[in-house]
Design a protein around this ligand. Sequence first.
Ligand SMILES: *[C@@H]1O[C@H](CO)[C@@H](O)[C@H](O)[C@H]1NC(C)=O
Ligand SMILES: *[C@@H]1O[C@H](CO)[C@@H](O)[C@H](O)[C@H]1NC(C)=O
Ligand SMILES: *[C@@H]1O[C@H](CO)[C@@H](O)[C@H](O)[C@H]1NC(C)=O
Ligand SMILES: *[C@@H]1O[C@H](CO)[C@@H](O)[C@H](O)[C@H]1NC(C)=O
Length: 117
Amino acid sequence: MEGAFLLWLFCIISLLCCTTHQAGLTVSPSRSQFFQRDSVSLSCEENNSSAGWTVRRNTTKGTRAQCGTDWGEAPGSTCNISFILTDDIGEYWCESREGAASSSIQLTVSGKIRLWS
Ligand SMILES: *[C@@H]1O[C@H](CO)[C@@H](O)[C@H](O)[C@H]1NC(C)=O
Ligand SMILES: *[C@@H]1O[C@H](CO)[C@@H](O)[C@H](O)[C@H]1NC(C)=O
Ligand SMILES: *[C@@H]1O[C@H](CO)[C@@H](O)[C@H](O)[C@H]1NC(C)=O
Ligand SMILES: *[C@@H]1O[C@H](CO)[C@@H](O)[C@H](O)[C@H]1NC(C)=O
């Protein structure tokens, strides 16, 4: 009985611990399939900015490329791509200074250009 209680307590604690320390990558507009020249905004859902979350990506042009230095514009915690191109196809994720990473999101870009919006 006590063992079961401790196990339950352990589960609750790890759940609380891991949900509060996990940053998710939010894509705006909320989809993973884009047309060339669409504007995309990426942000790390982490309210503790001192942990220093940045958006990184793996594309055919490079791995662990950081937003703001290697690609995109990062004036704050969000990362903007004003004109997404097929070169931007890849895996995107959030990573903290300590190296903690969120799960990644695959973004794809259609070769077509959106003629209406
Ligand atoms: C910060 O994140 C935690 C866990 O996700 C949440 O419970 C809390 O309300 C958030 N605080 C603010 C100010 O957003
Ligand atoms: C924010 O993150 C930093 C670095 O990970 C940590 O030292 C600090 O305790 C955190 N603050 C809060 C309020 O969670
Ligand atoms: C990014 O690329 C590196 C090096 O190939 C690999 O180790 C890592 O798992 C990749 N990350 C994602 C999210 O695909
Ligand atoms: C980034 O994109 C968001 C959403 O489109 C927009 O509100 C914001 O002004 C943009 N920031 C910059 C610096 O371009």
